[in-house]
Design a protein around this ligand. Structure first.
Ligand code: HSE
Length: 309
């Protein structure tokens, strides 16, 4: 194989109560990448589309290159590759844009080299991209992007990642307002400590969400999509947050919170029609505070990255 084209999906991290430990993949949007073997060693980014000129082509400073460089270093390989990256999702949106690029890169190069490592083994390399992008190698975007589905990170050291079954009819709505939030900033404003009372509430919701997903118990899912630790702090970064969340719940969503570090907001619903209605209601609420937005409706993507050609 001399070249490969790969798609890697957007992801919703945190999923309300699971800061840095929960995430799921969606069908769209996502990133595309074309990788070609080249005769000389090193990773060369030859073209980036869809970023409005904002991303560097320096492979050591772009998450798509960072994950591949970490992979090649670990394999002690002097294989050279050239990279074309098509950003098909907004940057700084809370949709796991940096993670999709990291995963696309490391997944594509592993395929191109004949798959010497398993898909799970690629996770630490993709996490290096996140370390660069946000200051912390959190896995709640890269793990669902790489493995597909809904993922829980039980432990970071050692890395212990669990895929959780989700009900077939569960649909996600993501509404992306035309504002930007920097993940590093959104992490820096968080309090470093939390009360015992809030910790107990959050642990109850984490347990409830996992059980609700595995048992297809929509009422339990709904009761558990509550974040008493992170959301109250970050909500101030999103104009109209209360109105948008209220609109989602009124339209029939099981729950609604911030997607990753924001500013996108996500909701879960028990069928596609409700998920669409919820998206329209959330968009109207953003319009009410003079913010334009885009709506994405998707099932939970079970595939993760795929080879397009
Ligand atoms: N868990 C991370 C955060 C996700 O909320 O900061 C960032 O995309």
């Amino acid at each position: 194989m001399e070249s490969i084209k790969v798609f890697a999906p957007a992801t919703v991290a945190n999923v309300a109560c699971g800061f840095d430990i929960f995430g799921f993949a969606v069908d769209n949007p996502g990133d595309e990448i074309i990788l070609r073997k080249k005769a000389t060693p090193g990773v060369e980014i030859t073209k980036i589309e869809g970023d409005n000129g904002r991303l560097t082509r320096d492979a050591a400073k772009n998450t798509v290159g960072i994950s591949m460089l970490a992979y090649l270093h670990r394999l002690n390989s002097d294989q050279g590759v050239s990279v074309e990256l098509k950003k098909k999702m907004p940057l700084g949106s809370g949709l796991g844009s940096s993670a999709a690029s990291s995963v696309a890169g490391v997944f594509a190069i592993n395929e191109l080299m004949g798959r010497p490592l398993s898909q799970r083994d690629l996770l630490p390399f993709a996490m290096e991209g996140e370390r660069f992008a946000s200051g912390t190698p959190h896995a709640d975007n890269v793990a669902p992007c790489l493995l597909g589905g809904f993922v829980a990170i039980r432990s970071y050291t050692p890395l212990d990642v669990i895929k959780i079954d989700t009900p077939k009819d569960l649909f996600a709505t993501i509404v992306h307002p035309q504002i930007e939030v920097n993940t590093r900033d959104a992490r820096n404003i968080l309090r470093k400590e939390t009360s015992l009372k809030n910790t107990i509430t959050q642990m109850g919701n984490v347990a409830g969400l996992i059980a609700g997903l595995m048992k297809s118990d929509y009422d339990l899912i709904s009761r558990s999509l509550v974040d008493v630790i992170i959301e109250p702090v970050r909500a101030i970064l999103i104009p109209g947050f209360d109105e948008v969340k209220g609109a989602a719940l009124n339209a029939g969503a099981l729950g609604c919170s911030i997607s990753g570090a924001g500013p996108s907001m996500f909701a879960l619903s028990r069928d596609r029609d409700t998920a669409k209605r919820v998206g329209e209601a959330m968009q109207r609420a953003f319009t009410g505070v003079q913010i334009e937005s885009e709506i994405y409706v998707s099932s939970i993507n079970q595939d993760g990255p795929v080879v397009l050609g």
